[in-house]
Design a protein around this ligand. Structure first.
Ligand SMILES: *[C@@H]1O[C@H](CO)[C@@H](O)[C@H](O)[C@H]1NC(C)=O
Ligand SMILES: *[C@@H]1O[C@H](CO)[C@@H](O)[C@H](O)[C@H]1NC(C)=O
Ligand SMILES: *[C@@H]1O[C@H](CO)[C@@H](O)[C@H](O)[C@H]1NC(C)=O
Ligand SMILES: *[C@H]1O[C@@H](CO)[C@H](O)[C@@H](O)[C@@H]1NC(C)=O
Length: 245
């Protein structure tokens, strides 16, 4: 028995060393980026953990304002497989997909985004969209597919001397994992999101006041306009204060 025990521990030790060696091994991934149709020529990077493949799509009613960003590269610590989207007013829709993989050059494939479900899910949100030079009008959006939350999106320019330089703002339907984001997206835009029943017109089986004690249906289009119109003259912080008071 002693013999078999020591053989066992020898084997176990051997297996552990192999695992230890292979986990410090590094792999090569494709490193590239595309802004709409313009892509950098792909190079390679070395990752200790794996490769990522990311796509961001900003869908608008016109090809001239559509934007697609793709990025491929290496990661050394963490990477999350995520997929989220937000549909705002005036047919503005933002989708984000990030995929992680851990074998050599596994991010070579180009990501495609499967079309989101167009089936209404019963949630209705205020839809709104504004950017410099474009002021939309508030609408009621019938949310579809997995976009079951109502919320607000604010985009500010990264690195602008005014930390709240405003690029885009909107309200609409979002997937739950698109709530409470604070990320850099699209063309160097800081995206901040907030979900709240305050932006809901109706949701199935819910007439409960939200945590702020406001009936979801109590917001009027006029309230929304007033609040949003303050956006261009104030900071997102105090703008949010309007909603969170
Ligand atoms: C990951 O680590 C390797 C080796 O330490 C390094 O060469 C590489 O630049 C790092 N890559 C990233 C994306 O941090
Ligand atoms: C991915 O897209 C880039 C840029 O459009 C293209 O050059 C490349 O060949 C594509 N890769 C694959 C594997 O289809
Ligand atoms: C991206 O941002 C840069 C600098 O902020 C700007 O020059 C460029 O036109 C922008 N590209 C698009 C597609 O909006
Ligand atoms: C953006 O443009 C409109 C109008 O031509 C198309 O219908 C969309 O499919 C297109 N969206 C993307 C992501 O290319």
């Amino acid at each position: 028995m002693a013999w078999s025990f020591s053989l066992n521990s020898l084997l176990t030790g051997f297996v552990f060393s192999i695992l230890a060696i292979s986990s410090v091994d590094s792999i090569e991934c494709e490193l590239s980026s595309c802004a709409s149709e313009t892509c950098s020529s792909p190079t390679a990077c070395t990752a200790s953990k794996g490769c990522f493949n990311q796509i961001q799509i900003f869908d608008t009613p016109s090809p001239a304002t559509n934007q697609t960003y793709k990025e491929k590269g290496c990661y050394n610590d963490t990477c999350n497989d995520v997929e989220y989207s937000a549909t705002l007013g005036d047919q503005r829709k933002f989708s984000y997909v990030n995929r992680c993989c851990t074998s050599e050059n596994c991010n070579k494939e180009n990501l495609t985004v499967s079309p989101a479900s167009t089936e209404a899910n019963g949630v209705k949100c205020f839809g709104y969209y504004v950017e410099p030079g474009f002021l939309g009008s508030p609408t009621s959006l019938s949310c579809t597919g997995k976009e079951t939350k109502c919320g607000l999106v604010i985009g500010t320019e990264v690195g602008n001397s005014n930390p709240f330089a405003f690029v885009v703002a909107g309200a609409g339907c979002m997937t739950e994992n698109a709530c409470n984001l604070n990320v850099i997206a699209l063309n160097n835009t800081n995206i901040f999101t907030l979900c709240s029943d305050y932006f809901a017109i109706s949701s199935p089986g819910s007439s409960v006041p939200d945590s702020a004690g406001i009936q979801p249906t109590s917001i009027s289009t006029r309230d929304m306009m007033v609040a949003i119109s303050r956006l261009s003259v104030t900071t997102p912080g105090s703008f949010l204060g309007v909603f969170l008071q």
